[in-house]
Design a protein around this ligand. Structure first.
Ligand SMILES: [Zn+2]
Length: 114
């Protein structure tokens, strides 16, 4: 049974899907240990390469974590009925923006000013 009369049902499903996807990505990152191995018999250049890869992986991980945080916040807003409103100025966030980025908490203007 589907409830088409709840406009937020699709949004909520999308957010939950996104949450699952991001959680899985974090788990994958945890499995592939990218930490540089000091004790392995690699040359200095190789070590630097590994170190750089590690830095990039860390950066990617932080991005995923912060997006996951925004998804959680968006789900909370769906729950309390403030979803789709800019958290700063209170205007309705354009549907095109929410479609592109369902976890968005600010309108484009406030986002660029933040
Ligand atoms: Zn705003």
């Amino acid at each position: 049974m589907t409830t088409n009369n709840d406009p937020l049902a699709t949004t909520k499903a999308e957010l939950l899907e996104l949450e699952l996807e991001l959680t899985q990505r974090l788990e994958e990152m945890d499995r592939s240990d990218s930490r540089p191995k000091m004790d392995s018999a690699v040359g200095r250049l190789t070590f630097m390469d590994e170190y750089q890869q590690h830095q990039m992986a860390e950066h990617g991980r932080r991005n995923v974590e912060s997006q996951l945080g925004r998804v959680h916040a968006a789900l909370a807003r769906v729950g309390d009925g403030t979803y789709g409103k800019c958290a700063r100025c209170g205007v309705d966030i354009p549907p095109e923006r929410l479609e592109f980025m369902p976890e968005a908490s600010h309108c484009v203007q406030c986002h660029s000013r933040a």
